[in-house]
Design a protein around this ligand. Structure first.
Ligand SMILES: Nc1nc2c(c(=O)[nH]1)N[C@H]1C(S)=C(S)[C@@H](COP(=O)(O)O)O[C@H]1N2
Ligand SMILES: [Mo]
Length: 439
């Protein structure tokens, strides 16, 4: 017996920790590299062929010139955002992140989701100004240059639209990819100036309770932010994953409110008015005041609550037959760090604890993984996350009971509710196809 065959046999003997073949999160670590390697033994070509590597053209001659700004391999050109309004008709544009084609915890800048209500303005950074005024002792005007002289901080943070995953409120499960269902959330390392240092310099009046932030794009999108958040971990972000913020994400500067509703993270921010009350601006009085089944509404819904979804496997990524797989996905919470993720393969009857990829950052994506042996039968995969504040991701029926749902397609009506953070269920059928189901 070769070491590979031996490892393969050991793997087959591993007792599952939950229904339908979920294995202990450290099954592969415990067994060491051999066990992990045995997973691939199912697909490796016989070792005899390892002797003869073909010399393809790229191995026989010098390669291309190194570009001054790198671009990915041309073989990766299908990894793209999906666009809701590619002709830039005068309405909102959405670009959704392809979570099923990415891995790790950061979203590449070119694939960060975008929602722009009137396109991306082409801002000359030398002409852009940020004004702080209102209930302050000394109104201030900043250029990008003057801002760049302040001490900066870097932090990981996700941004999520309050309308992300809204299709999950439909009566019948919509058959679409994780990109279409959950693509309005992304995660970056943001670098910039803490808003508290700018507000302190301006001198906050004792009556001040809110700031109203305004963007430099044509709609001058405005949102009110409680002063406490502005002084806590808010940032004027200048860099995204090490380079200047992308035009679609707010170049040359955006308001970053870690863990809070995407819409409040004002891009192309140009004004911060310190006030004693909220502005009740268009977006906070309309779209982002979710209406509840009894006719009441949330006046504000700041936090993006604890959430997770499985990215691998997911619709469009069919399984290629029974055997060993790693189930992996993304978890995050606007309340802090992810403390635990559980995964089920039997629609929520039994659960296995997933391994969390460290370091686990507050208000940022955490990748979770769990090894799995699929016997080829129908299963329903789910993930459920907890955060360090003790919040648990709700089931879909719990959330729908609290928030309501719609019978009509979203394109016609929009959904009655925002902030979907409940469990997502993927059914795997015999052939390995993955479908969105309500379990
Ligand atoms: N000025 C301005 N800020 C804006 C928007 C906008 O259209 N204009 N869109 C908002 C919405 S609805 C969301 S969800 C987030 C999205 O941030 P992103 O496009 O960087 O992912 O930005 C918010 N900030
Ligand atoms: Mo949004």
């Amino acid at each position: 017996m070769t070491p590979h065959e031996k490892a393969k046999r050991e793997l087959e003997r591993l007792a599952p920790v939950a229904g339908n073949g979920l294995l202990h999160r450290r099954a592969f670590l415990r067994g060491g590299a051999t066990l992990a390697g045995a997973m691939s033994a199912y697909r490796l070509v016989p070792s005899a062929s390892a002797q003869k590597l073909a010399d393809d053209p790229w191995s026989l001659a010098p390669g291309a010139a190194v570009p001054d700004y790198g671009v990915r391999s041309r073989f990766e050109n299908k990894v793209v955002r999906t666009l809701s309004n590619p002709k830039a008709e005068p309405r909102t544009q959405h670009a959704r992140t392809p979570h099923h084609l990415l891995n790790g915890t950061f979203t590449p800048n070119a694939l960060h989701f975008v929602i722009s209500h009137a396109g991306d303005p082409d801002i000359d950074p030398d002409k852009h100004r940020l004004v702080i005024h209102g209930l302050v002792k000394q109104p201030l005007v900043f250029t990008l240059d003057t801002l760049s002289r302040y001490p900066m901080v870097s932090r990981m943070a996700f941004v999520e639209c309050g309308g992300n995953s809204a299709p999950m409120f439909s009566n019948e499960p919509i058959q679409a990819s994780v990109q279409a269902l959950h693509g309005l959330v992304s995660c970056s390392e943001w670098t910039g100036v803490p808003l508290s240092s700018l507000l302190e310099e301006a001198g906050i009046d004792a009556k001040a309770k809110w700031i109203v932030a305004e963007g430099a794009d044509a709609p001058h999108l405005s949102r009110s932010v409680p002063l406490a958040k502005a002084l806590d971990d808010a940032m004027i972000a200048l860099y995204q994953n090490g380079e200047r913020v992308m035009p679609g994400n707010g170049y040359p500067m955006r308001l970053l409110l870690p863990g809070w509703e995407g819409n409040m993270n004002i891009k192309w921010v140009r004004r911060l008015q310190v006030t004693d009350q909220p502005g009740m601006t268009f977006y906070e009085a309309r779209t982002y005041a979710p209406i509840l089944p009894g006719g009441k509404a949330y006046r504000f819904y700041f936090i993006q609550e604890v959430k997770s979804f499985i990215t691998h496997p997911s619709p469009g990524l069919a399984l290629s037959g029974p055997g060993f797989y790693e189930i992996s996905g993304i978890a995050y919470s606007g309340n802090g760090r992810i403390s635990k993720v559980m995964v089920s393969a039997d629609g929520g009857q039994t659960w296995a604890q997933a391994a969390l990829q460290g370091p686990v950052h507050s208000k940022a994506f955490t990748r979770f993984r769990v090894p799995w042996r699929w016997d080829g039968g129908p299963v329903v995969l789910q993930s459920r996350a907890w955060d360090e504040a003790g919040n648990m991701q709700p089931t879909r029926s719990e959330l729908v009971a609290a928030r309501g749902q719609t019978a009509r397609p979203p394109a016609v009506t929009g959904f009655p509710s925002q902030h979907y953070n409940a469990i997502t269920s993927w059914a795997i059928e015999r052939g390995g196809e993955v479908r969105n189901v309500y379990a």
